[in-house]
Design a protein around this ligand. Structure first.
Ligand code: SF4
Length: 251
């Protein structure tokens, strides 16, 4: 059953749809409460970071940037966090897993036990990503992401805005309907650095042991958890808010 939060978010999605990106960001900045943009430093996130950096100071300051430093990121990604801060003047808060959560996972599954089963992999993502994300979103009313429909079949219905009941926030995906060409153009125009791994075939980049380069014709996210058979594999950060999507789809 959709709540008022779902209905308001669906109305917001309709309002954002015809707007160019800068106006979408201005409309998001006008929403009440704390706004958190979680960046994984992928090309979409970099394009969005660049767009935020170019907003007027009063609008730009409404966005708090955060990233999940899982402890298993590529060295190139860690370097990119600092390079992005230097290029844009924006601070990116790092949220890491707790030593207790890492130790509990390692005791039960082994440090690299995520290869052994989907359940173990989800447990690792919960410790290294979901719990740090919960801390990043603590007290937030709005969660901004760089999700895009063209990234994978699992993301094909990503709404521009939807109420995320699980996290208790309005989730905003202002790049949802843009294609990869538009994203690359935005990133280039903003002058933000990109992960050098993209040039080596890594389309979507997560933790080092769980990411490989993709082959021509493969889905952009085919290199994530490639050993698993579920085509819709995700880390659990972005679970589709089904009720909100249903509301948005109404005429
Ligand atoms: S992507 Fe891999 S290493 Fe990173 S949190 Fe998930 S299972 Fe663990």
């Amino acid at each position: 059953m959709p709540t008022q939060d779902h209905i308001h978010a669906a109305a917001l999605a309709k309002r954002l749809a015809p707007l160019p990106l800068d106006d979408r960001l201005a409309a998001i900045a006008a929403l009440p409460g704390r706004i958190v943009f979680t960046t994984g430093l992928g090309v979409e996130d970099q394009a969005l970071t660049g767009a935020i950096a170019r907003l007027a100071p009063g609008t730009r300051s409404r966005f708090g940037l955060a990233t999940l430093d899982t402890g298993r990121l590529f060295a190139e990604t860690l370097d990119l966090i600092a390079a992005t801060e230097a290029a844009t003047g924006l601070a990116i808060a790092r949220y890491s897993p707790t030593p207790a959560d890492i130790a509990a996972f390692a005791d039960r599954h082994g440090v690299d036990g995520f290869y052994d089963s989907v359940e173990a992999r989800h447990a690792c993502c919960a410790a290294r990503k979901l719990r740090p994300l919960a801390r990043a979103l603590d007290g937030a009313t709005c969660w901004v992401t760089g999700l895009r429909r063209g990234q994978s079949g699992a993301r094909a219905e990503t709404p521009l805005a939807a109420f995320d009941s699980a996290d208790g926030v309005t989730k905003l995906n202002p790049l949802a309907d843009l294609d990869i060409g538009a994203i690359r153009e935005l990133a280039a125009r903003a002058g933000v650095p990109l992960n050098p791994l993209h040039a080596r075939g890594y389309a979507s980049i997560g933790c080092e042991p769980c990411t490989r380069a993709i082959r021509p014709g493969e889905d952009e996210r085919a290199g994530r958890w490639w050993w698993e058979s579920d085509a819709k594999r995700e880390c659990g950060l972005h679970v589709a808010p089904i009720a909100a999507i249903a509301v948005e789809a109404r005429p």
